[in-house]
Design a protein around this ligand. Sequence first.
Ligand SMILES: [Mn+2]
Length: 472
Amino acid sequence: MTSMREQAGRAAERVLSSKRVLVVTHIDADGICAAALASSLLDRAKIKHEVTFLKKLDSAAIETIKTQKPETVWFTDFGSGAIPELSGLNAVIADHHVPAPSNPSAAARRDLVALAEALDGSDIPHVNPHLEGRDGGTDLSGAGATYLIGKEMTKSSAELAHIAVVGAVGDLQDREGGLAGTNRAILEEARKAGVIEVVKDISFFGRETRPLHKFLQYASEPRLPGISGDEDACIRFLIDAGVRLKEGESWRRWIDLSRGERASLSSRLKGLLEDNGIKAELEREVYVLPRETPGTPVHEAKEFATMLNSCGRYGKGDVALRIAKGDRRESYYAGLDLQDGHRRNLVDFLQVVRDIGVQRRGLLQYFNADDMIAETVLGTVAGMALNSGLADCGIPIFAFARADDGVKVSARGTRLLVEKGLDLSELMRLASEKVGGKGGGHRVAAGATIPPGTEEAFLGAAEVILKKQMGG
Ligand SMILES: [Mn+2]
């Protein structure tokens, strides 16, 4: 066992003794936050640096990095899976993924703690919650691991702690009712520094920026019977509740409502759930960034992370990085435009699903978008189809689209299905292996890449596994 603190201290020392650092990070919200933290810390230490964004850290990427002969490389949000390949590099790692070789079946057979001890022999300072026997899925994010190194670099790191919170939320680490473990400790530091406020609020996404009726329409956790997915029903519900939809020309959002309006809408929504026999929490912990402007996506952690993700999806890591570092001018407006474009794309793609139709097949449903939906947003579109009433939310959905390296498959379920036994991570791994592909992810959302032409065989395998999981 090796403590994160000790590793972070070694990493900080290595970084601070460098003249030039190459930061290499994953291009999702957590990776972007991790890079923003690293870059802000390096700025403060007056150390020259560049940031490179990658979709994945594979052997080819590592070779490219090596040919650049960097003085020091700071890997964030990945790296733990590639330690043997990094030999020869003067590196530090801040990650939260399982520290194992990229072959998952080999990893499964290993005792992670024993592996961690073996890794201890490597000279690479390596911050990862798994090395303390903690769960990398909920205890700490890549941004959080980077923040721990930051704490050893400067006394004023707490000023940056909100970015570690946004990273953790971007990786859905708050899904069990709030941030826990090491994340919780960072959250507390952020709160004390005045960069985060923790509030209990309605659990739906978009309290800052979504028009109220859209806010309800896309409500998925929990789903609102008769309302989720039906725009007209949402508008009627709000009018019945006596809530004005507009203020002058602009749509009102959840944050625009008075305390009284929020309370009365909440109690109506609770009543609706009770009437339908649904026992679900309507509220969750919301992480607000009090130094930002209310009604903007950077005022709340989940919307902030979503904005960074949209930039990342369109390959605009540089824009996202500047936003995460605090730019509220050019990059911020570029980010807003990207997000608008992203929303318009999603609406177009949802129409594609409507046009081609969702096919039912036993315990599952699927659609094949071929080249009509960008593979980078396939999972998002599948999730929206499931939650917008376009597909049956009582069974998981599988979506196919053409990708550079084969056929991309995205699968989405609901929390309720997971409670009944659904594990899409396992399903996608096994079903894709069966047809010569590769996959994995989370229980509720997972992805795979399979060889072209194996879609049917894949669905067949998926059905068999699904039957086992759902006890059919
Ligand atoms: Mn991550």
